[in-house]
Design a protein around this ligand. Structure first.
Ligand code: ADP
Ligand code: ADP
Length: 226
């Protein structure tokens, strides 16, 4: 069973040309899929429909076997990893990761166990007392991912997470995201307009153009095309 199934998804804003036009993609459990294409091709709209921040005009979105078209974002159990990481600056790394568990009124014992497990996986266990302002970009990204892991989110969604970084840091973070995603084995949808990211990060690449899915293939298949 696919982790995320998009069936003939359409999005129209007002009565204009569809921003997303009849897109169907099945994403396997643990797969890393990149949505790529030029500005305005509909990739953010598609991602926002998956998370539930935007209504679907027609088509079906199925996550973990359940149709979620009408479910609120929090009922979809997905984790959006934002470009600016959206960490709480006054809270320690520990409490930033613990935050969703605190909201869910988890016991201190459960919080501690899950935060320690996640921070070990993400190699943050030495930094639990620090504040986000004292961390590197890569460490901040990992804290954001930690917050998603403790919630047992069904998938990670990234919207151009590296676009504000300089080239060197972008390269490092790219490597780090790929490594962590493989280690965690969590289904991931990643939006970018950057060809290098698209060709190096994902298991498969979905190329969008004016709202239409042009290609859906592995980087190797795309690379070997004439
Ligand atoms: P991308 O993320 O690939 O840059 P978007 O999904 O943001 O593309 O936009 C796809 C199309 O939908 C564009 O033509 C854009 O102008 C239009 N669009 C996006 N958001 C809105 C909105 N809230 N209202 C009207 N049109 C929108
Ligand atoms: P103590 O001060 O005796 O450690 P606490 O109630 O403050 O007792 O914390 C209990 C456990 O929860 C600690 O042993 C620690 O592992 C964990 N813990 C709680 N809050 C934090 C935090 N901000 N940073 C790191 N660990 C924490």
């Amino acid at each position: 069973m696919a982790a995320i199934e998009m069936k003939n998804i359409v999005k129209k804003y007002g009565d204009g040309f569809p921003a997303v036009n009849d897109v169907s993609i099945d994403i396997a459990d643990g797969e890393f899929v990149i949505l790529v294409g030029p500005s305005g091709c509909g990739k953010s709209t598609l991602l926002r429909m998956i998370v539930g921040l935007e209504d679907i005009t027609s088509g079906e979105l199925i996550i973990g076997g359940t149709k979620v078209n009408d479910l609120a974002p929090r009922e979809r159990n997905l984790a959006m990893v934002f470009q600016n990481y959206a960490l709480y600056p006054h809270l320690s790394v520990y409490e930033n990761i613990a935050f969703p568990l605190r909201l869910a009124k988890a016991s201190d014992e459960e919080v501690d166990q899950k935060v320690r497990e996640a921070s070990k996986t993400l190699e943050l266990d030495e930094h639990l007392e620090r504040k986000p302002g004292n961390l590197s970009g890569g460490q901040r990204q990992r804290v954001a991912m930690g917050r998603a892991i403790v919630r047992d989110a069904q998938a990670f969604l990234f919207d151009e997470p590296l676009s504000n970084l300089d080239a060197k840091l972008r390269g490092q973070m790219r490597t780090e995201i790929a490594r962590l995603q493989k280690r965690l084995g969590i289904t991931t949808v990643y939006v970018t307009h950057d060809q290098t990211e698209a060709m190096t990060l994902g298991d498969r690449v979905a190329v969008l153009k004016r709202g239409v899915l042009q290609q859906l293939a592995t980087p190797r298949e795309l690379y070997e095309q004439p």
